[in-house]
Write a protein that binds this ligand. Sequence first.
Ligand code: M6R
Length: 609
Amino acid sequence: MCGIIGYAGCRPAVPVVIEGLHRLEYRGYDSAGVAFAQNKYLRVIRAKGKLSALEEKLATEQITTATCAMGHTRWATHGVPAERNAHPHSSNDGALAIVHNGIIENFQELKTELTAKGHVFHSETDTEVLVNLIAECRKREPDLLYAFAAALRLAHGAYAVCLMERGAPDTFYAARMSAPLIFGIGAGENFAASDIPAFLPYTRKVIFLDDGDIVQASAKNYRILRLENLQPAAHEPQKILWDMQAAQKNGYRHFMLKEIFEQPRVIADAMAGRVSPQGDAVLLPELDDLPVPARLHIVACGTSWHAALWGRHLLESWAHIPVQTEIASEFRYRDNLPLGKGDMALVISQSGETADTLAALRMAKKQGAAAIGLCNVIGSSIAREASTVLYTQAGPEISVASTKAMCSQMLMLALMALYWQAKQDRPTDAARRKGWLDILASLPAMLEEALPAMHETARRLSRKYAQARNFFYLGRGHCFALALEGALKLKELSYIHAEGYAAGEMKHGPIALIDPAFPTFAVALDDPLFPKTKSNIEEVQARQGKVIALTNEGTGLSADDVWTVPHLPPPLAGFMVLPALQLFSYEMADYLGKDVDQPRNLAKSVTVE
Ligand code: M6R
């Protein structure tokens, strides 16, 4: 939800900032802007639309070689996407400029007070209020860092901000509260950004800032203080081990396609070091200090919630743990959280920053439950606040639509189920456990081999179905979770209306919608539920509904399009279904000319409610 970057160093700062914004554009792309010092002024240049619009504008401007700058790419919260609402925002006197990711919840009250003091506002944003609040505090405070801190203490809500002042053109300031911000320490240059790829070409040495940290940085110096007492914050810099290649397209047309094709490696990486050398035991030391949950509440949003629904089947059937899966935005507002003695929460989030999921984690902890985090982004808020965290190790996921992250979440849920199964020491489970682990170990090679043919089928079918305006996705059991994911992927990428349904639920109403123009994508694998799903498909066909059936060789299923994927036992068959669904949506969207990696109205990291 918005990407910010600040830079102070020895290079021309605007190109560094623009390059960084390119790597943050997945966080928002309604408008973009930069600020830098030029001829004793703080210049702010902004443009509505994607970063390319800002670049076009910059190309027409005379830009000096400022060595300190900051930038922003926006996902609108307060105020429509428009240049006046784009960041950076300036204080009325033009002395300060700010970029902000987050929401200042009491901005309306602050605005009223500032208006009474003579401040004038040109945008609808909370950010313009914040920068004028800092300007107001600055009148009484000779040190900008202290004025900045004083203003932040008055502002309630979430923020990651960078600030510059006209009088100190080589310095940027930054602060973090409930929104991601990472400080990068280079040789003779320093950075702050919403995500590591923004500055990774320049440094791997980072500090994951904490909530309440406030920073002052120039090319050669920096200081990080605590907002509450302005004392130095204790931080050990960490080294980032992955490289920029992981955050580049590598010849693929889109990040999404690259990330779909990375899934065999993602599975292998997620398993690395987590299975005993004999291949018969799961090693999850992160969970060793916790008992087996009496009941597990898995809380997540979007695709991560679909992974939770899928994982529930394994946790129940393999680990014998009763599981409740909840959408985080609902869970957090339940009157009486159903957390009993011995219950645990498992929060799943690729970004580790999703506001509702983070709030759910805090609620669970407040009720005294252990809250396990399953995250992809190292050092993210959820990772840091969880009682213990398991990392999915999927590498940076750049495409706004989540693909490989879900695959890695599914893999981790399977490992967790086997880990807890072993902890219960039921003799009959041990032999089966080895069998499951063998299948998991064979997955990367199987999937690697299957992906090219899957891609081809997805491309062919997309040409046939691209004109549909509606789609049903049906499945039973673990495939119901995947049907929901298939529908989400189709709608978010191609803007085609799609509904995921439990196949058996169709006859209770939705089937009324079926006609020849309303196709159904049914997941009907060769498993014990196959006869039931087959009947549901026939019910659709009896109403002249067209059907794409994703199935296995030998089921004899009849449909308009029968798409076979390699056989795996349920529920692990999900690892073959997921990429087929992803590729179908990808091809549909690409064929329809949609912006695959940055679909309209979306952002990668949803740090607002
Ligand atoms: O970072 P998270 O896993 O917490 O994100 C949750 C959802 O916002 C995310 O999965 C979203 O639904 C994606 N657009 C799905 O492709």
